[in-house]
Design a protein around this ligand. Structure first.
Ligand SMILES: Nc1ncnc2c1ncn2[C@@H]1O[C@H](COP(=O)(O)OP(=O)(O)OP(=O)(O)O)[C@@H](O)[C@H]1O
Length: 334
């Protein structure tokens, strides 16, 4: 189990991770979400002891990563940075990792087959496509048959087949009782992959709960009605003590309304309806709402934007992570 206790990381004036405390549960896929710059990668690096916390601590099965004698047997990770020497073959890379963790050679061929790289096992990594590189990274993570796997943005830049493969793999690993911790900026992807969510914004914990509960707590559900006779509809609704909100394209929306009751009410008063539909805010909308004031603005952004604009900036960040300006990121100062 991964446990964070008041984990904090400061880079000069930037508080990248701010007293973060949570546990990553076993046997489920936990999505780690937050806008660009929220502190996800920094947190993951601290879990692996690649970055030193300014304060607080993070443990894996009760111990710091650095205290694990053969860490690949406890936790396997795929971080964004490519850690493969371009001149090395996939198999040699894995053999080298296996030796350093006293993992039998047979396991190398097993993981190559598991990730579908057997046929290119003797090819040098420099000729690998992004998808092949991700598969090799995942093979490295699975090498020690660890109970915990951690992936930082694993579907970034992958084609639909690759995305589906990683999604099914993560579900399978969780189904085997492992702890699967995955960061992503793809809301839609998390909605179909994660069972549990940890959301951060500006380094702080915003939510830590099952996916279904997150959606229930953070999204607005409503019934949309559309009619060629809006005045009649408004009268009928007012008679029932219902106050609708204006919806798109001349429609009306009744927040937390009951679809069947509204349909019957309209029918009982002979109001023709052209639309009667349930509306549920998507996971993406729920995130935008929750993190609207914790979006980090990068170089050139207007700090004075209002919350609605912040939602827009967040949305853009989700869609196109590559649009981030590397120049906006400072250098480590400690
Ligand atoms: N090495 C570093 N030196 C200085 N600042 C850093 C460094 N690494 C991260 N930061 C800053 O810390 C904050 C958190 O960054 P981090 O990369 O952890 O966020 P993230 O949630 O992974 O974002 P993204 O989805 O954009 O990768 C940002 O403000 C970032 O600019």
């Amino acid at each position: 189990m991964i446990e964070l206790h008041d984990l904090t990381k400061r880079y000069g004036k930037t508080l990248a991770v701010d007293r973060l405390s949570f546990r990553v549960p076993q046997g489920v896929v936990t999505g780690f979400l937050g806008p660009n710059g929220a502190g996800k990668s920094t947190t993951m690096r601290m879990i692996l002891d690649l970055d030193r916390p300014t304060a607080g601590r993070v443990t894996i099965d009760g111990r710091r990563y650095g205290q694990l004698s053969e860490p690949l047997k406890y936790i396997g990770a795929l971080l964004e940075a490519k850690a493969v020497h371009p001149g090395r073959t996939a198999r040699d890379h894995l053999l080298w990792l296996a030796q350093s963790n006293r993992i039998p050679t047979a396991r190398v061929d097993e993981v190559l087959s598991l990730v579908g790289l057997t046929s290119v096992a003797r090819k040098r990594a420099r000729g690998f496509s992004l998808g092949m590189g991700q598969r090799l990274g995942i093979a490295s993570a699975l090498l020690g048959d660890p109970e915990i796997v951690m992936f930082d943005e694993p579907v970034n830049g992958l084609d639909p087949e690759g995305i589906l493969w990683i999604r099914n793999l993560m579900k399978r690993l969780a189904g085997e009782g492992r702890t699967v911790f995955v960061s992503s900026h793809l809301m839609s992807e998390m909605a179909v992959t994660a069972d549990h969510l940890v959301v951060i914004g500006k380094g702080r914990l915003l939510a830590d709960m099952p996916m279904a509960e997150f959606i229930r707590h953070n999204s607005r559900s409503a019934v949309r009605l559309r009619t060629p006779h809006p005045e009649r509809l408004l009268d009928v609704l007012a008679g029932g003590g219902i106050r609708p909100e204006p919806g798109p394209g001349g429609s009306y929306e009744v927040v937390d309304g009951d679809l069947a009751e509204l349909g019957e009410l309209a029918a009982a008063h002979g109001v023709v309806l052209h639309e009667l539909s349930p509306q549920q805010a998507s996971l993406e909308e729920a995130f935008m709402q929750m993190t609207a004031d914790s979006v980090e603005y990068h170089a050139g952004a207007n700090e004075g934007r209002d919350a609605a604009d912040a939602g827009g900036a967040w949305g853009t960040g989700w869609q196109d992570r590559t649009a981030r300006q590397p120049a906006a990121r400072g250098t480590e100062e400690n």
